[in-house]
Design a protein around this ligand. Structure first.
Ligand code: SF4
Length: 215
């Protein structure tokens, strides 16, 4: 029998009304204006990076250049100096400068909301694109990162090998209207309870519903 997805999501939402999202680092509200452009750049910075480092780098970057037009005038070296603690900062600085240039120039100041448009930008793969669709445009799509992939498989919502398969399966099993918030809910849950190593089964509200709870 399939899982009661609504009940699982209800329990997770009740556990953690505050949610994590790219650049906000565990409930901290960003000090910069949240626009599609800043959400996109923060999400690029967040790739293979800790939330705290993403937050600090985003804060430094957007305090100097709050939008695509101003950032497009910065040099790659200037951008790199603000994100130097970020993993792969040199490549990301180049990509961010190029994104700013494309958005402020070719795209007339608008970040695209469709997958193809987003994925045509430097360092924007499927995961980053779907996160931007969720967080910047409020679209009802599943954004699968390492937490979402791991937890969905542990619970038994899906049985998949890759994040791409997980995205397809979750789009099938999660009811419309609840897909866009899945990432926010599961990221925090994955940091605090269903951790990659040493999941805290005894503290978990999903004990009775999870395939991986030790019985
Ligand atoms: S019971 Fe354990 S494995 Fe299952 S969701 Fe909770 S913490 Fe994760």
């Amino acid at each position: 029998m399939g899982k009661d997805v609504d009940r699982i999501l209800d329990l997770l939402e009740a556990r953690s009304p505050e949610r994590a999202s790219p650049g906000t680092a565990l409930g901290r509200e960003p000090s910069w204006e949240r626009t599609p452009f800043t959400m996109l750049v923060s999400t690029v910075i967040s790739q293979r990076n800790r939330d705290e480092v993403t937050y600090e780098a985003s804060q430094r970057l957007f305090s100097r250049w709050p939008d695509a037009a101003s950032m497009s005038l910065a040099s790659v070296d200037e951008i790199d100096a603000e994100i130097v603690k970020v993993n792969f900062h040199v490549g990301k600085a180049r990509a961010i400068r190029e994104i700013a240039r494309i958005v402020s120039g070719d795209l007339g100041g608008r970040v695209p909301s469709d997958l193809d448009g987003l994925m045509s930008l430097p360092m924007v793969g499927r995961k980053t694109a779907t996160c931007v669709q969720c967080f910047a445009f409020g679209m009802d799509v599943v954004c699968v990162d390492t937490h979402v992939h791991r937890i969905s498989n542990r619970i038994g919502l899906v049985s998949t090998k890759t994040p791409e398969e997980t995205e397809n399966e979750l789009m099938r099993v999660v009811p419309p209207g609840r897909r866009g918030t899945l990432n926010e809910i599961l990221v925090r849950f994955g940091q605090e309870v269903c951790r990659p190593v040493g999941p805290r089964h005894e503290k978990c509200p999903l004990r009775d519903l999870c395939d991986s709870y030790p019985r």
